[in-house]
Design a protein around this ligand. Structure first.
Ligand code: ADP
Ligand code: ZN
Length: 752
């Protein structure tokens, strides 16, 4: 039997439906729409028993077999497509690679206003009205119009120009009066478009000249943009080498050629300076995309980029889907940063997708970092990416000197019984004193929040754990509570052990504890703390960073938030309170992450005219990441780490996928884990394909929020070798009981 539908193939449409369903669907193109559909247009389609939002992706190739009655597209929701062509290709790749329903991928990429089945509306920018006097005194014609005279009088009194809201607030009814004044040409209305979102950081001027290394890098990148076509680069520049200026010049050049640029950054709130630099260089040509945007702003930016009126997008990982037109250049700043991986729902790696998008759009891609990921580094070694290096800091400023403090020897010992002994060694305190005395600034880094991280019973040795999670509770002294960092549950600090009523020791050091110690030892210093407990909103965070930049603070204590790309010229001393915290995490990237964090935080020292120094306290002076960081030896570290990864077949020499399970009932969850394990076992390709299954096993953190966690890890030489197994797994998920949640995490970031 041939299909009942007799339409020609050209009249069939492939549509992604904005529902959690796999694949693309075929619809009929009604006569009236024939020839008028453009890929990327949002449409309304019948689906199930009702209507659904759909995305027209292109003509469908062949009519489906088996007499399925095709339904027609109901109508089109917009005149011009919301999705540019190269983006459709990227979204298709994303759904396929990360095993996520295409319609949901597309809906997630779109701003509110386009992600539901409603007609497109133009978003208005943030506009503020000002009124401006066109005369310098109240003219005699107004003698018989006292209301108009009064309003004009007010306006002149406040300097001839004021926000409309202010005037109408001061003089009720002024709006109507002002309209009359405007018709008589005594005042005019002025529209001011407000820049949305994050407040600006330090405004920076365009430097007159580039460093020789910058000049080489800029020339190379500009040449690649001119040549056109896909070309990925690693821009490996030491901290303070001026990578941002290289990006700016490359973007400037791309803009001059009429092409669009996309710039991805780890976290906008943490890098207001970078945004400030783009804003001050390109003004209204930049759309800044971050999670703090209001719905309307998001839609406004999307439409502006889509129309090509704005050609540069700067944003966090989700901006990899921004509809920049005629893409010529993609930049990923701090490409090693873990925040480019999304760890929920659609688990994508934005840096990887940036390269894919660059390929699809024939654009130049620049991945920049002082500490490139081993994945990216390996791509330069294999010749897939070109490499451009900045080996020196701007103005030939020296790299900071780094010294080690061995905590096994140097840690102050005091006769404390209930609390951890002090953590700041005499050397560190002395260096801090000297620095502050010179009017310079200090950063203290420790990647753990709270006051004490373990409450341990002195009698039975049990530590206080969360009821619902397999982790220790952290003591937050400022809140006088113990908190679980995984589920957020908090309760008053217990006096005694739950089990045996023995006294509790407060061990393990967090940033709160370090801050208290600094305040105690240096009462004259102005100290603040930067972590997720102190920076509870983007505003607070920006204010804290700005206040440190204005030098209203001497010492900033913080978690990895202080290690990001900040450029504070006043900082000449960086102290790593304990380098060991991230070393012991059960993750094959633990050493790499530690090395990155230490190198990045050290890189905050000595970026101004005064040279910087770094002190690293550690219990593991012989640990590879610590040793190499002390020697500024990125090459040595990565060479060794790559050898190790190769020997154990870990990325970048293998591709991985994690299957994560979470269930209410331990037995049931274990059962599903075994079922999936068997499934993989049955469909395992021959050993020569090199695919390996690790597990099923309990996850390193075996319980969170009362749910039991299991995982399976798959490794293979290529993603292609993995894909068929992932497809099997995905298909099997339909049979998994409701009590167990299973997710497939392709190219996983963290192993916990
Ligand atoms: P990186 O991101 O490589 O750590 P930045 O881009 O933050 O470094 O640059 C470090 C500092 O040097 C910034 O304050 C920047 O304004 C300044 N800078 C960059 N290029 C130049 C230049 N060519 N001349 C003078 N100053 C520069
Ligand atoms: Zn918990």
């Amino acid at each position: 039997m041939r299909p009942v539908v007799s339409a020609t193939p050209a009249l069939l449409a492939s549509v992604a439906v904005g529902r959690p369903v796999r694949g693309e669907f075929t619809y009929l193109v009604p006569e009236a729409l024939a020839g008028n559909l453009a890929p990327g247009q949002r449409v309304l389609v019948p689906f199930g028993r009702g209507m659904a939002l759909g995305f027209y992706l292109g003509p469908a190739n062949a009519p489906v077999e088996g007499g399925v009655r095709l339904k027609p597209i109901q109508r089109v929701l917009e005149d011009s497509p919301s999705l540019p062509k190269d983006l459709i290709a990227l979204l298709r790749f994303t759904a396929e690679h990360y095993r996520y329903p295409l319609g949901e991928v597309i809906r997630g990429a779109l701003p509110p206003g386009l992600s539901t089945a409603v007609d497109e509306k133009e978003a208005k920018p943030d506009i503020q009205f000002f009124v401006e006097a066109l005369v310098t005194e109240v003219p005699p014609q107004l003698a018989r119009a006292p209301a108009q005279a009064a309003v004009l009088q007010y306006l002149l009194a406040v300097g001839g120009r004021a926000p409309l809201d202010e005037v109408t607030h001061a003089i009720p009814g002024a709006r109507e009066t002002l309209k009359k004044l405007a018709t008589r040409k005594f005042v005019k209305w002025v529209e001011v478009t407000l820049q949305a979102g994050v407040r600006e950081g330090l405004v920076q001027n365009r430097p007159d000249r580039l460093t020789p290394e910058q000049a080489v890098a800029v020339k190379e990148l500009q040449g690649a943009v001119d040549a056109g076509g896909f070309q990925p680069y690693l821009l490996h520049g030491v901290t303070g080498s001026g990578k941002t200026e290289v990006y700016l010049r490359a973007v400037e050049h791309t803009l001059a050629r009429g092409l669009g640029s996309l710039v991805l950054v780890p976290e906008i709130a943490l890098t207001p300076q970078l945004v400030g630099r783009f804003r001050s260089r390109f003004g209204g040509d930049v759309a800044v995309l971050h999670s703090g945007l209001k719905d309307r702003e998001r839609l406004f930016h999307w439409q502006a980029l889509r129309k090509g009126t704005v050609k540069i997008a700067v944003g966090v990982r989700s901006a990899v889907f921004a509809p920049v037109e005629h893409l010529g250049l993609i930049v990923v700043d701090e490409e090693h940063d873990p925040s480019f991986k999304q760890d929920e729902k659609l688990r994508y790696q934005a840096r990887d997708l940036a390269v894919v998008r660059g390929k699809q759009a024939s654009a130049v891609v620049v991945l920049g970092s002082a500490t490139p990921s081993l994945e990216t580094l390996q791509n330069t070694r294999s010749g897939r990416y070109k490499i451009v290096e900045l080996k020196n800091r701007v103005d030939d400023r020296p790299m900071p000197t780094i010294n080690l403090v061995d905590l096994r020897v140097e840690r102050p010992r005091e006769g404390q019984v209930t609390e951890e002994a002090p953590i700041l060694s005499p050397q560190m305190l002395q260096a801090m004193e000297e620095t502050v005395a010179k009017g310079q600034q200090v950063i203290l880094f420790l990647n753990r929040r709270g006051h004490s991280t373990i409450l341990l019973c002195e009698v039975c040795g049990l530590s206080l754990k969360c009821h619902d999670c397999d982790v220790c509770m952290t003591h937050h002294r400022s809140q006088n509570r113990v908190v679980c960092h995984y589920c957020g549950v908090a309760f008053p600090v217990p006096d005694r052990c739950r089990e045996c009523t023995g006294p509790l020791l407060k061990l393990g050091i967090g940033t709160e504890r370090v801050e208290a110690e600094v305040l105690e030892r240096m009462p004259h210093a102005r100290v603040a703390r930067l972590d997720r407990d102190s920076a509870t909103s983007a505003e607070k965070l920006t204010e804290l960073l700005a206040s440190f930049a204005r030098r209203e603070l001497d010492v900033l204590v913080g978690t990895q938030m202080v290690a990001k790309g900040h450029d504070f010229p006043g900082v000449t001393l960086v102290c790593v309170v304990m380098a060991d915290t991230s070393l012991a995490i059960p993750d094959f990237r633990a050493a790499e992450r530690t090395f990155h964090l230490l190198t990045q935080v050290a890189g905050r020292a000595g970026r101004g005219k005064d040279p910087g120094r770094v002190l690293v306290q550690t219990y593991n002076p012989d640990a590879e990441p610590v040793k190499r960081m002390l020697a500024h030896d990125f090459d040595g570290f990565s060479k060794q780490e790559l050898e190790w990864r190769k020997a154990l077949a870990y990325p970048p020499f293998a591709r991985m996928a994690a299957v994560r399970l979470e269930g209410e009932h331990p037995e049931q969850t274990a059962g599903v884990a075994r079922f999936l394990g068997n499934l993989v076992g049955r469909h395992m390709p021959p050993a020569s394909a090199g695919v390996r299954l690790l597990g099923p096993a309990l996850a390193p953190i075996a319980r969170i929020r009362g749910k039991t966690r299991w995982q399976l890890l798959l490794k293979a030489p290529t993603h292609a070798a993995l894909a068929p197994l992932l497809a099997r797994l995905e298909a099997a998920l339909a049979d998994v009981p409701n009590g167990v949640k299973v997710v497939i995490d392709v190219d996983p970031g963290a192993m916990l």
